[in-house]
Design a protein around this ligand. Structure first.
Ligand SMILES: O=C(O)CCC(=O)C(=O)O
Length: 263
């Protein structure tokens, strides 16, 4: 589908569009079939065998400590679509583009793509908003979670905090990533995104979210696919990753790690 293809058959109702704008997130069930989810599971297992890429100096890889062993382990490929023809098809699947396009009221453009593996024992993510105040960062940024595996409290499903997206960026506009203090939200109002494999959840770049550790014995694999609206910079994924890689390498260098590379 061309990025300028008009939004026609949306899987999102008008009530759901209103709900999204009110809450800052939306869950869509059964968007992908169990067969498609099984294909994604097989693809995620295949990608995990890319030990040629899973390297502490490769900035494509993200790492998390294990809460039981305290050992640092592989958690995520960012980006992923250049490694996987299946993921490359999914990010531009008409069901996702039409759903996000309906929320925008205009076409959605791909911005970023990650596959988070969250192995058993992996720690979770602290409370944060995805928006980072770079000049180039689109305010229309939204993330689509596509559940590769079913998610629950046990395996560290993502938890979102409704309504706060309306306040925009809570952190300083200094171009840095910030965790949020728990006092930034009413923690009792969190909504855990318990998804079946193949469900999607969409949330705003301004929606505070977090996740707990994976306390189960199974992996919790999810695609995190991010988009911006066409009028907010058009398709800018390549430019984003060029900037992101430099930014990441500079952050590593600040900690004395200067032998990083991207492959
Ligand atoms: O994997 C998770 O549970 C959360 C990931 C997340 O918040 C992120 O990548 O921004």
């Amino acid at each position: 589908m061309n990025i300028l293809t008009p939004v026609t058959k949306s899987p999102v109702t008008e009530a759901q569009v209103r709900q999204y704008h009110n809450d800052g997130f939306l869950v869509l069930r059964n968007l992908f079939s169990p067969v498609e989810a099984a294909e994604l599971q097989a693809e995620a297992s295949r990608l995990l065998k890319r030990i040629d890429l899973i390297d502490i100096n490769n900035i494509r890889c993200r790492w998390k400590n294990n809460v039981e062993t305290d050992q640092c382990g592989f958690d995520c490929f960012d980006p992923v679509i250049d490694l996987s023809p299946l993921c490359a098809r999914i990010v531009r699947d008409a069901r996702i583009l039409e759903a996000v396009g309906s929320l925008y009221g205009e076409p959605a453009c791909l911005f970023k793509d990650k596959l988070i593996f969250k192995p058993p024992g992996a720690e979770g993510y602290a409370l944060h908003q995805d928006y980072i105040s770079w000049e180039s960062f689109p305010a229309s940024f939204v993330t689509v979670i596509l559940a590769v595996d079913a998610t629950s409290a046990d395996n560290g499903a993502t938890e979102v905090f409704p309504g706060y997206h309306k306040g925009g960026n809570i952190s300083p506009n200094d171009g840095q990533y910030h965790e949020l203090p728990l006092s930034a939200v009413d923690v009792s109002k969190g909504v855990r995104l318990d998804l079946e494999a193949g469900y999607i959840a969409i949330f705003s770049g301004f929606t505070p979210h977090r996740s707990a550790a994976n306390q189960s014995k199974q992996w919790r694999r999810q695609l995190y696919l991010s988009y911006n609206s066409f009028s907010d910079g058009g398709e800018q994924r390549d430019e984003h990753y060029a900037e992101f890689k430099v930014w990441l390498q500079n952050r590593y260098a600040e900690y004395g790690k200067t032998n990083t590379y991207f492959r």
